[in-house]
Design a binder for this molecule. Structure first.
Ligand SMILES: Nc1nc2c(ncn2[C@@H]2O[C@H](COP(=O)(O)OP(=O)(O)OP(=O)(O)O)[C@@H](O)[C@H]2O)c(=O)[nH]1
Ligand SMILES: [Mg+2]
Length: 440
């Protein structure tokens, strides 16, 4: 346990964001993301506020999971770790409109991201996420910092051909590994920026059937790159019986298709922790209700949830969904393991793969099948053709103008010629009339 925590944190202790970024990182991330940096929030209040834990529970979490594990480290290391903290990055992805952004908002409860107007969404899909967005916050307690980043991705599955939908997301994950690897190759490795994705929540539409072929393809591609956690979105739209059946079918499909999903370590020295871990594992794939709205229940409580004519679907009610269990896993019980497995399995795999196919310092080959690049190429081609057409039209108009100008000048010339001719004839006549005495 100690070694795992130590290894997980060890690799994060150098990663601070306040220092100069190498050019390459800046370029790639500027293109890919919009970063919303929020000011640090003290954890005692922020964990309570951001993650909706009671004061006792927040203290419990801090004491048990972070401080105590860090306190077991040798003093010197403890000091470094607590000063520098660690990075933790959560990514959400899945089909369009399944509730990813709402979940991010719900997780933060205090509105770090603007809450969206649900009504406007039904008329126009104005609020759909169109690019990868990162929300960052810092949570801190007694000098221990967790730099939390949440990566919200655009939904997919809107097009008839969704074949390569996984590419932009997997490329984002690879890019973060790539940039970290590049930074490790620099002479100065103290000032690394780490946005490697530690966990990817895959949102499954609550169809009640099973995984769709698109889900299977996406999950297969992502599971080999990142700690993948399947999530049943909008759990309030399924009855408890249908939900349980749906979960079973998802698990079966995951097994049949050999999809790699995150396996939580269960055993711990503390029996209570082991039993909590068992509970959490049993809830996979986690069912989620997302909402930042305060609603009143029949018994007079104000809770985050969705109000229906038959009652309230509560976000934090464990008999309604697994929101709390998932939050516990992410923020409390398995954060260190997620960081550690990312470092030791996923990053290591990426590094080894790249080292086997690339020379040291050589840059990564950009894959052509990325729909984003194809879209860009297509729009550039269109723009180019339109520009050429416009120029052609301009030249044609110019040509017509020149021809008509030439005709006008020719006519003018002819008229002048005729005038000269007439004058000459007149002159000739005068000359003859005066008996040839006028000098020509
Ligand atoms: N019933 C129900 N509706 C939800 C839930 N979560 C989100 N919604 C609604 O689903 C709609 C889409 O939510 P978003 O959070 O924008 O979905 P998204 O996955 O981010 O969408 P894209 O960015 O377009 O991919 C909104 O009208 C939300 O209010 C939920 O748990 N239950
Ligand atoms: Mg969204």
């Amino acid at each position: 346990m100690f070694l795992r925590i130590f290894a997980g944190i060890r690799n994060s202790i150098n990663n601070t964001t306040s220092i100069q970024r190498p050019r390459m990182i800046e370029d790639s991330s500027e293109e890919l993301v919009r970063v919303t940096k929020t000011s640090p929030i003290p954890i005692a209040s922020s964990i309570t506020a951001v993650f909706g834990l009671s004061n006792n529970k927040a203290d419990d979490f801090i004491q048990k999971d972070l401080i105590s594990s860090v306190a077991h480290l040798p003093n010197q290391r403890h000091k470094i770790v607590t000063n520098k903290g660690c990075n933790f990055t959560i990514m959400v992805c899945g089909e369009s409109g399944v509730g990813k952004t709402t979940y991010v908002n719900t997780l933060f409860t205090t509105t770090l991201k603007d809450h969206k107007n649900q009504n406007s969404r039904h008329t126009k899909q104005m609020d759909r996420t169109v690019e990868i967005e990162i929300t960052k916050t810092e949570i801190e307690e007694k000098m221990f910092k967790v730099k939390l980043s949440i990566v919200d991705t655009p939904g997919f599955g809107d097009y008839v051909n969704s074949h390569n939908s996984w590419v932009p997301i997997s490329e984002f994950i690879d890019d973060q590994h790539e940039s970290f690897m590049r930074q490790e190759q620099q002479p100065d490795r103290k000032t690394k920026i780490d946005l490697r994705v530690h966990v990817c929540l895959y949102f499954i539409r609550p169809t009640g059937h099973s995984l769709k072929p698109l889900d299977i393809e996406m999950m297969k591609r992502l599971g080999s790159r990142v700690n993948l956690i399947p999530v049943v979105a909008k759990a309030d739209t399924l009855t408890p019986k249908d939900l349980a059946l749906f979960k079973q079918r998802i698990l079966q499909s995951i097994e049949d298709n050999h999809i790699k999903v995150y396996q939580c370590p269960i055993e711990s020295e503390d029996e209570d922790v082991t039993s909590v871990n068992r509970d959490i594992t049993a809830a996979m794939p986690f069912s989620i209700i997302g909402s930042t709205q305060d609603v009143e229940t029949a018994d007079g409580r104000t809770v985050k949830g969705r109000a229906y004519s038959w009652g309230v679907a509560e976000v934090e009610n464990e008999s309604h969904c697994d929101f709390k269990k998932l939050r516990h896993l992410l923020i409390r019980s398995h954060m260190h393991d997620l960081i550690h497995t990312t470092e030791s399995v996923h990053y290591e795999n990426y590094r080894l793969n790249e080292m086997a196919t690339r020379k040291f310092g050589e840059s990564k080959v950009v894959k052509a099948e990325n729909p984003k690049h194809r879209e860009k190429e297509e729009s550039l081609r269109k723009e180019f053709t339109e520009q050429v057409k416009k120029e052609e039209n301009r030249f044609r108009q110019w040509e017509t103008q020149l021809v008509s100008e030439r005709d006008r000048l020719n006519k003018d010339l002819e008229a002048r010629h005729a005038q000269i001719k007439a004058l000459e004839t007149e002159l000739e006549a005068l000359y003859h009339r005066n008996g040839g005495t006028i000098r020509r």
